[in-house]
Design a protein around this ligand. Structure first.
Ligand code: JFZ
Length: 440
């Protein structure tokens, strides 16, 4: 018996010592979580040396091209010499995000290829030192975000295919990179902490750090406790999230779901990932790639993306749409078009998404509900007939109206649920929204 107790304590210690044990978020951090949840809609940007390769003609390959095509470091480094995005205009990007209705942007500060897209003192492998462009695009983007009142977060890859001390290697970035089969893991972690320190001291107030890549080396000691405390010390409000696909570790402030809604696993990335009480985020690509892929035309329609956003909101999750800018610094025109259409929708219906929390009825095949104050928004995304039976709401209904036009909805409350009558002519192709007012 005693052995079992000792063993389980040992296991708990082992597990929790791998993150920021006993983490208590500061009031600023809790406030930021509220801001973040109110924001509901953001833009992901995957931009790096890989953008020049434009996917190399393969579907689904973009920011992974170095690894998938086994390009040795010595050759991949040459790309830096071609990176000259003369068309990059941060004002254009931020204006576009705002017009789309987005409240924050996440940009790749360093992806798996190890190249810093900002002015890093601790690594010569960065945009300022290595490219003809020679300017810190992260700084330019941050200044513009501050100017236009939109928040900026940094994606940071813990996995690194370039740094020699990322050793022992994980599942990717192996022999083909040409690195010696040796290295000092903790030196690499020191380097990562130093880069994070730069990102959190040189760019003002940062929404948070979006980590990714731990899954490459699951057995490794990632020293998360040290890294997470450092971040929370440098910027107590900043949110930490990680793409490790498990329940959040102590020290993390939110939970991310990749190309899937919380609790779903259609992509096979989220197997058994439990849904936590932390702020949630669903991230989605506009085609099948994160980075720019010239041969990936598999674009999702604005309707598809809006419906996913609505369902995400029904789960209480933020929705983030990704774009992979082109090597010249411009956003793909197809993406701009889609984002502008989403923006038009948000302008009209944003009230039912922004500042809401998940509604009393969890997402269903027919749609989802969101809630704000004493209003519940019923989002009907898929209705074959003119009647819909929904579970009864926990509070008494004062009125139900169509969001479009404001007419009353005919409904009947019964023991079996609330039956709603939605005549065909009142149905909206993307989302028929009902506004339910509850009495206190
Ligand atoms: C990761 C990156 O590898 C990818 O390039 C992109 O940046 C995306 C946002 O994040 O992709 C992942 C991460 C985790 C899993 C799958 C893809 N996973 O755990 O299955």
């Amino acid at each position: 018996m005693r052995v079992i107790i000792l063993l389980s304590i040992f296991t708990i210690l082992l597990y929790s010592s791998s993150a920021q044990e006993g983490y208590q978020p500061t009031p600023e951090n809790l406030q930021r979580r509220e801001w973040y949840q109110d924001a509901r809609f953001g833009l992901y940007i995957h931009w790096g040396l890989y953008s020049i390769m434009a996917g190399g003609g393969d579907q689904g390959v973009a920011e992974w091209i170095m690894n998938n095509k086994k390009i040795p470091i010595k050759q991949y480094e040459k790309l830096a010499g071609f990176f000259n995005p003369t068309g990059f205009d941060p004002a254009e990007w931020v204006t576009m995000a705002k017009k789309a209705g987005m409240k924050y942007i996440i940009i790749t500060s360093k992806h798996h290829d190890g190249f810093a897209m900002y002015d890093s003192e601790v690594s010569g492998y960065n945009i300022v030192d290595q490219t003809p462009y020679g300017k810190d695009i992260i700084k330019k983007l941050k200044d513009e975000c501050d100017k236009q009142g939109i928040m900026l977060a940094f994606y940071y890859s813990q996995l690194d295919w370039h740094h020699p001390d990322y050793y022992p290697r994980g599942g990717t970035g192996q022999k083909y990179t040409g690195r010696p089969e040796s290295g000092d893991w903790y030196k690499y972690l020191d380097y990562m902490d130093a880069q994070l320190t730069e990102l959190l001291t040189n760019y003002g107030d940062i929404l948070g750090i979006w980590f990714d890549g731990m899954w490459d080396n699951r057995g490794a000691d990632w020293r998360l406790g040290k890294t997470y405390s450092l971040i929370h010390k440098l910027q107590p409000a900043s949110l930490i999230s990680s793409n490790h696909k498990r329940a959040p570790f102590p020290g993390e402030d939110m939970q991310k779901f990749e190309r899937d809604l919380p609790g779903e696993n259609t992509m096979g990335f989220s197997k058994g990932q439990p849904v936590s009480e932390l702020p949630l985020e669903v991230v989605e690509t506009m085609n099948g790639s994160w980075g720019f892929n010239i041969n990936d035309q598999d674009y999702k329609s604005p309707k598809q993306l809006i419906q996913t956003m609505v369902k995400a909101a029904g789960y209480g999750a933020n929705f983030v749409v990704n774009t992979g800018p082109m090597p010249n610094g411009k956003i793909q025109p197809e993406n701009v078009k889609t984002l502008m259409e989403m923006g038009k929708w948000m302008e009209k219906y944003g009230e039912t998404i922004y500042e809401t929390r998940k509604g009393p009825i969890g997402p269903k095949k027919w749609g989802a509900t969101t809630k704000k104050g004493d209003k519940v928004f019923v989002h009907i995304l898929d209705l074959e007939d003119e009647n819909l039976l929904i579970p009864n709401l926990p509070e008494k209904i004062k009125s139900i109206k169509f969001f479009d036009g404001g007419d009353n909805v005919n409904y009947k409350v019964s023991d079996y649920g609330t039956l709603l009558n939605i005549p065909k002519e009142k149905q909206n192709d993307i989302n028929t929204i009902l506004v339910v007012e509850l009495t206190k």
